[in-house]
Design a binder for this molecule. Sequence first.
Ligand code: ATP
Ligand code: LTN
Length: 330
Amino acid sequence: MKKTILSGSTVTGDLTLGNYIGAIHNWKQLQEKYDCLYFLADLHALTVFQDPKVLRDRTYSFFAQYLALGLDPQKNIIFVQSQVPEHTELSWVLTCLTPMGYLNRMTQFKEKSEKHVKNINAGLYTYPILMAADILLYQADLVPVGEDQRQHLELCRDIVGFFENRYGEGILKMPEAYIGKSGARIMSLQDPEKKMSKSDENEKNFVSIIDDAKKIEKKIKGAATDSGTEIKYDPETKPGLSNLMTIYSVLSGKTTEELEKEYEGKMYGHLKVDLADVVVQTLRPVREKYDDLMKNKDHLDQLMKSGSERARARSRVTLENVYKAVGLVR
Ligand code: ATP
Ligand code: LTN
């Protein structure tokens, strides 16, 4: 029996090179060995205000980006969260098991409520419970998440404990975090102290998966680097340059030592020009496939529908077992 992997990404911003290198690149390798489910967390996106039209367009766009980046809708179950109502159904049962004290500790809630002072809604607060439902519905063994989501995964494990204490074992599976091999963390192009993030307001900080060649070149050439001249991988003293070298290394398959040798005696500008070319070459076929997919919304609708049907069939089993266990009449 293959182990089950589940991961999702909120439908905000545009997928970046950071998402690709840190997540989707790994997911592609996992799809061969594991039983994988990947979904677009559109319900999670609602915790901060979304323009309805933008959210709708973005859902199609994200779905197409997943496929264009090489996730196979046959090998994996790829779906949209809101098309599987079981997520919100299970979430309610789990909400009634989760002490507020546990939610009060969540750092993402604290950060987001500082950022969105005018919209500190209850969804922002219960967000991690919905995330637990996402995971537990599919009896996931492993959940690939970044560092920022670890605390939510821990809470999910606590919730399994609360459930088992009250209703017994064998109904929900205890999930574990999955840490990918490369573990590369891509930093912002202008401010290499913070991570490249798809909801960054400043476009210059990230390369989007669907940026055209001109934009990519401009952003990479304009990336902040220190005032030195030697091409050396050293995240402490040369964070900007090292970040570019990490991207270069992952996309070209060369190690950072190999890059140091190759660029001995050359200037930062040389490396930037070549890196821009590598990024453009990597993303060109992605962009072409993406444009193709976006021309046919009906086809995307069909793929979404078949993904959500497969997801529902699986999630329904868990939900029914939970409902029975807690005493709801079926
Ligand atoms: P947001 O800005 O909306 O919080 P994000 O860019 O941080 O978005 P997420 O939706 O939180 O992206 O994460 C999707 C996946 O991409 C996660 O597995 C996360 O670990 C990974 N990821 C996000 N940003 C980076 C990055 N800069 N480097 C490596 N991996 C990343
Ligand atoms: N909260 C996550 C997205 C997310 C997720 C999940 C990830 C929602 N549900 C379930 C893994 C498993 C984020 O902000 N990256």
